[in-house]
Design a protein around this ligand. Structure first.
Ligand SMILES: *[C@@H]1O[C@H](CO)[C@@H](O)[C@H](O)[C@H]1NC(C)=O
Ligand SMILES: *[C@@H]1O[C@H](CO)[C@@H](O)[C@H](O)[C@H]1NC(C)=O
Length: 301
């Protein structure tokens, strides 16, 4: 029996139970205004939070648990530059078999807790030939390959009190927050040949690393994609649906092979983790600086 209204009711109850639990274990002074989703190898971001309250996903009702190497699963509530913040350490990927509702579930919970702005980070393969391993790309737009093919997290009955049936995604990545990120990068001494701006392509996986063939990679590049990865876009869509403002960062961990004959060695998961480790501290500094500048913006308070 697949009654869509029944599914909607279950989804609502599921969100409410989790929200109620978090309200009971996290003091109200800690209710987050800012959320940070930590991508592969970027969990160090959560360690910069002051006065952390760490909750293992296993202890949070209705949270999925995740499996990928390089990801642990916990929410960390704390202060980033005095802004009450929640860090999501370890995200749920579509390729692991989680439904898109489950992948984006934490974002809906964050919205109910009062989150107004979100920083999403990920590790991604570089399609743009000018990008190097270790570059940080500020996401200016995305291409949602699974979404175009029918796997969009907003498919189903609309949760009207979260947002409209057809939310506008033309401003998915907030210009003002992206500018603040650029400013933060300059303050951190990250130059324009490290800080890039570009279009992130979301693919579901699962094959080779970044899970695209050479012909597919050429296609994504010709569509205007600068980087490709397997996360982020579902969370961004739900965040925008809930009215949360978003800024996104991709750490370029390898160059994606697009030519038939190429000297670029095949990427490995170890290579991705290594590149993340090398640049992770810069990313932490960047997000920290960003929070400091964001604090002065009216929409946070
Ligand atoms: C949500 O969590 C509650 C409490 O642990 C549980 O009773 C309920 O079955 C869960 N809902 C879903 C859809 O898993
Ligand atoms: C979604 O999450 C619930 C736990 O909240 C779990 O019981 C269920 O199997 C998950 N389903 C999918 C397809 O991810």
């Amino acid at each position: 029996m697949t009654n869509i209204h029944q599914i909607q009711k279950e989804q609502r109850e599921k969100i409410e139970i989790t929200v109620k639990h978090l309200l009971s274990v996290v003091p109200s002074s800690r209710m987050p205004q800012l959320a940070v989703i930590c991508g592969s190898g970027l969990s160090g971001l959560s360690e910069t939070l002051k006065e952390p309250i760490v909750l293992d996903y296993k202890t949070i009702p209705n949270f999925s648990t995740n499996t990928v190497a390089g990801h642990s699963g916990k929410l960390v509530f704390g202060f980033l530059q005095n802004i009450p913040t929640v860090c999501m350490v370890g995200r749920f990927h579509f390729y692991e078999g989680h439904s898109l509702f489950n992948v984006t579930f934490p974002v809906r919970v964050f919205a109910k807790l009062g989150v107004k702005a979100m920083v999403v980070t990920n590790a991604a393969g570089g399609l743009n030939p000018n990008f190097n391993t270790g570059d940080i790309m500020i996401i200016k737009d995305h291409i949602n390959m699974p979404g175009l093919a029918g796997n969009n997290p907003l498919i189903g009955v609309n949760h009207d009190d979260f947002g409209p049936r057809f939310p506008a995604l033309t401003d998915a990545y907030d210009d003002e927050m992206s500018n603040i990120m650029q400013q933060s990068a300059r303050k951190c001494g990250l130059t324009s040949n490290v800080i890039r701006s570009g279009v992130y392509c979301f693919v579901a996986g699962v094959k080779d690393l970044w899970f695209v063939d050479k012909a597919e990679a050429r296609m994504l590049k010709s569509f205007g994609g600068d980087a490709v990865g397997m996360s982020t876009v579902p969370e961004v869509i739900i965040a925008r649906h809930c009215g949360i403002r978003v800024v996104g960062l991709s750490l370029i961990t390898n160059k994606v092979i697009t030519e038939e004959k190429s000297d670029i060695p095949k990427p490995t998961h170890e290579e991705v983790l290594q590149a993340s480790q090398n640049r992770a501290r810069d990313m932490q500094g960047l997000v920290h600086e960003f929070a400091g500048l964001l604090k002065t913006q009216t929409f946070m308070m």
